[in-house]
Design a protein around this ligand. Structure first.
Ligand code: SAJ
Length: 413
């Protein structure tokens, strides 16, 4: 089988790697000339265990080529980004549309086209299918079209692409069957056949489920700060119940999935999707909540901010709530020094520099490095030894250090 994959990012490249490992011929297409040249030399731009070796082997065996233009193939897979449109929260399909149009000259009867990008419900039927129909193809007869969302965790992508169950949403049952034959090349999890719109909404709902549950934990934190209860103890106690799983509160929700996908559903049914929108608003309000309590700890002075990635142990800072916290603190005239051992940025400083003469250390991300800080250094170098841990990662500090977390904010009221 020959597969042409449009988009060689976090999902497209690992997918290309796995097809080539299963002896499929793969063309990986991207708009970045620099990336394509590098890929053809075996230089990989994403940090993901296992990919580099597989791609290098595939280049040697002539099973993988990176290219600026598509080629004829049996299956085409679209893995390009889908951001949301800020004005109305709807899904920006422009990259997907351009990708679909780019393969039109290479399509032949019998080909299968799979959209992996996360898209709003109904997008495949209402927007993507007509692109191919206008070009004269009948879907389900000449071409087979399906939406098959990816569901993988960065850092474990290869492992999860192989073993996770896969939703195969066909525009027709025949489309789903053909798409499942494509994934059958390397997927060992179950291939679950359904309709395109069901696949679209289930992917968006997976991330919405998490977003709503995090909002509930964040709301609980606010209630506890107001009425004087330890929110972290409440979560621990409630989770002793076998059917309860309260999530963890934090400074907000980041990343390119949880902070975006719920809007795709909201934009489709804004009058009805009330909990979904409220959860988004609640999570978006957390940077303000953090800043409010920072101002109760210190009214002015220097703050050492630790961590700006959207989640721990990654260099990904897309949609990170840390940036909202930082910009608000700067507006309020605090002096900010940022330290993040996972992100390269000339404006960031070392841990020593960040905490030097600081009035407060503010933890916004749960990198492992922050779980056990050098408390002697903190006591020696900070002006006041105060830590505000918004991720509840520090379990114990020496008694000379004052630690605030979401368990004791009520002390500040
Ligand atoms: N967060 C909390 N409290 C929690 C859990 C997470 O505040 O209890 C925050 C994190 O700090 C982070 C954000 O939520 O800012 C998102 O982190 P995450 O680990 O929940 O999710 P992602 O965006 O890294 O990955 C999700 C995953 N989806 C689900 O678990 C349902 C992943 O499986 C998907 O493949 C991915 O979205 C995606 O691509 O859609």
């Amino acid at each position: 089988m020959k597969v042409c994959i449009i988009g060689q990012g976090y999902i497209g490249l690992p997918t290309a790697a796995l097809f080539s490992r299963s002896n499929c011929e793969v063309v990986g297409v991207d708009i970045s000339e620099e990336m394509i040249n590098n890929l053809n030399k075996g230089i990989i731009h994403i940090e993901e265990p296992g990919i580099s070796d597989i791609i290098k082997k595939a280049l040697n065996n002539k099973l993988y080529t990176a290219s600026l233009t598509p080629q004829k193939a049996d299956a085409f897979i679209i893995t390009v980004p889908t951001p949301y449109i800020v004005e109305n929260y709807s899904c920006d399909l422009s990259y997907v549309i351009v990708a679909c149009e780019s393969i039109l000259p290479y399509l032949e009867k019998g080909n299968t086209i799979i959209i992996e990008s996360t898209i709003a419900p109904m997008s495949t039927d209402e927007t993507i299918k007509p692109i191919f129909e206008k070009a004269g193809f009948s879907i389900g007869k000449d071409l087979y079209l399906a939406h098959c969302p990816e569901r993988v965790l960065p850092g474990r992508i290869i492992e999860e692409l192989i073993h996770n169950d896969r939703i195969i949403g066909g525009v027709t049952p025949e489309c789903a069957k053909k798409a499942s034959e494509v994934y059958g090349q390397f997927v060992e999890g179950d291939l679950i056949l359904t309709e395109a719109k069901t696949a679209e909404l289930s992917k968006c709902m997976e991330n919405t489920f998490r977003d709503v549950n995090i909002a509930l934990a964040n709301e609980l934190t606010k209630i506890c700060a107001e009425i004087g209860v330890n929110a972290l103890d409440v979560i621990e106690m409630a989770n002793k119940h076998p059917r309860v799983n309260l999530h963890s509160p934090g400074p907000g929700v980041g990343g390119h999935c949880l902070a975006i996908d719920p809007y795709f559903i909201y934009a489709k049914a804004p009058e009805t999707a009330k909990i979904i929108k409220l959860a988004r608003d609640t999570n978006n309000s957390m940077p303000d909540f953090v800043c409010e309590y920072v101002s109760k700890i210190i009214s002015k002075g220097k703050i050492a901010v630790l961590g700006v990635s959207y989640k721990g142990n990654t260099d990904d800072d897309r949609e990170s709530p840390a940036y909202a916290v930082i910009s608000k603190l700067m507006q309020n005239n605090y002096e900010i020094n940022i330290h993040d051992p996972h992100i390269k940025n000339d404006n960031f400083v070392s841990l020593d520099e960040a905490i030097k003469d600081a009035d407060l250390t503010l933890i916004l991300c749960d990198h492992d490095e922050f779980k056990e800080l050098d408390y002697d250094l903190i006591l020696k170098n900070m002006k006041k030894a105060v830590i505000f841990d918004t991720k509840n990662i520090i379990k114990e500090v020496p008694k000379e250090i004052k630690l605030y977390n979401y368990g004791n904010l009520y002390e500040l009221n």
